[in-house]
Design a protein around this ligand. Structure first.
Ligand code: ADP
Ligand code: ZN
Length: 221
């Protein structure tokens, strides 16, 4: 199964993927995670892209699609499928993803558009905490860790992402509306768009996605 998760920052893409990747047995590919790993490791690419991320701008398409291409080339043959989270984010990336998959004789099953209201998204992002060690996601109010500042999954330290401050969040929302919203039509035109209301939170969206998966699987068989 190959699924693209679409939605504003804070819509819950990463939380959903985290909750479902094992059950579905798919590779979870988050370009945000890949990008933060490059920056943390201090690679040449990491140094070059740091300023984009910190200001809330998008990293150039070529850099991101190259990362994706390498990941897909390394895993395409294992047949597990993918859940793409935070990619594609521009029309050019959406076109490129179709091409990369097609070169590997793969194609997207559907794109799940997670619609969430602006107020909710901002509240989620400002309260978000991330595990430094394993990347697990928490929220100060909605999904607090058992011990403050400590990851439930691995005991790692929780931190607030540098771009989860109000000013950068505003910029990310503008970028989302201008660059990412248009790709909803890319999938609509391909007849692959599924929508779900993401205001209700993680569990509701998880159930909705499982229902869609059942329908898609029935059609396939
Ligand atoms: P969120 O969905 O909360 O905005 P992400 O972790 O997906 O968080 O992305 C964080 C930042 O990483 C983005 O603001 C952007 O700078 C960069 N980034 C992530 N994915 C992409 C992408 N596909 N194309 C360009 N930049 C990206
Ligand atoms: Zn952890």
């Amino acid at each position: 199964m190959i699924i693209v998760l679409l939605g504003a920052p804070g819509a819950g893409k990463g939380t959903l993927a985290g909750a479902l990747k094992e059950q579905l047995g798919v590779h979870h590919i988050s370009t945000g995670d890949l990008i933060r790993a490059e920056i943390k490791a201090g690679t040449a690419i990491g140094l070059e892209i740091k300023r984009y991320v910190e200001s809330g701008a998008l990293v150039p398409d070529e850099v991101v699609t190259r990362m994706i291409e390498l990941r897909i080339a390394a895993t395409a043959r294992d047949g597990k499928g993918y859940m793409f989270d935070g990619f594609p984010r521009t029309s050019a990336q959406a076109v490129e993803l179709d091409k990369i998959l097609s070169r590997n004789t793969l194609k997207i099953d559907f794109a799940l558009f997670m619609e969430a209201s602006v107020d909710i998204v901002i509240q989620r992002l400002t309260g978000r905490r991330v595990c430094r060690a394993c990347g697990a996601l928490f929220h100060l109010k909605n999904m607090p860790s058992k011990k403050p500042g400590v990851c439930d999954a691995c005991g790692g330290e929780l931190y607030q992402r540098a771009d989860d401050n109000e000013e950068t969040i505003k910029k990310r929302m503008t970028v989302y509306n201008e660059s990412t919203m248009p790709i909803v039509d890319h999938y609509r035109l391909q007849g692959k768009l599924k929508m779900v209301n993401a205001d209700g939170g993680a569990e509701q969206v998880r159930v909705a996605l499982l229902k869609i998966l059942n329908e898609v699987n029935e059609k396939k068989s």
